[in-house]
Write a protein that binds this ligand. Structure first.
Ligand code: ZN
Length: 171
């Protein structure tokens, strides 16, 4: 009962203070073409963290046109040393945002995707960085109640934003 009351309060709070979702611009034909290019070599395993970040330049240029808030966030996160590159054999995800400390772990496997796909994955993690505490609270309660974390309100919200960016680039 208390949990339901708290969740109800969260809904009222979110109604009054909604999360800010940035505007997405449809990509031009030129960006669409560029987004399909896979600029990464399969030598990503041996790339240094700095080389990994440098290889993101075309991806960030696409985001500069489609949703500059995402590319700005990615550059700031890199500048603040909050991007950690990990070998793909260690993990089963492309990227993971840590709500507690704002750090993003990115698997080097991610670098093998084309630039448009990479842009949409970064958008997913950006969205997590902007989700309010009420979504976090709801997701935590849902997890404690035994629901699949991949279907939490936070995850579905981030997936929706990721898909919107993907469509803006590729449709
Ligand atoms: Zn997610």
């Amino acid at each position: 009962m208390t949990v339901l009351l708290c969740l109800g309060c969260c809904d009222v709070y979110e109604f009054v203070y909604p999360d800010q979702v940035p505007t997405i611009q449809p990509a031009s034909e030129l960006i669409h073409f560029k987004a399909l290019i896979n600029t990464s070599s399969n030598q990503s395993k041996t790339m240094s963290p700095e080389e990994c970040c440098t290889s993101l330049r075309p991806t960030l240029e696409i985001l500069d046109k489609v949703c500059p808030e995402v590319s700005q966030w990615a550059r700031e996160t890199h500048a603040n040393n909050k991007i950690e590159w990990i070998n793909s054999s260690q993990v089963n995800f492309y990227a993971l945002y840590n709500v507690m400390n704002g750090r993003v772990r990115i698997s080097k496997h991610f670098l093998l995707e084309n630039d448009g796909k990479k842009a949409s994955i970064l958008a997913h993690e950006f969205r997590h960085s902007r989700q309010g505490s009420t979504k976090f609270f709801k997701a935590t309660v849902s997890y404690l109640l035994g629901h699949d974390p991949n279907e939490s309100v936070m995850e579905l919200d981030a997936q929706l934003f990721e898909q919107q960016i993907y469509l803006a680039i590729f449709r």
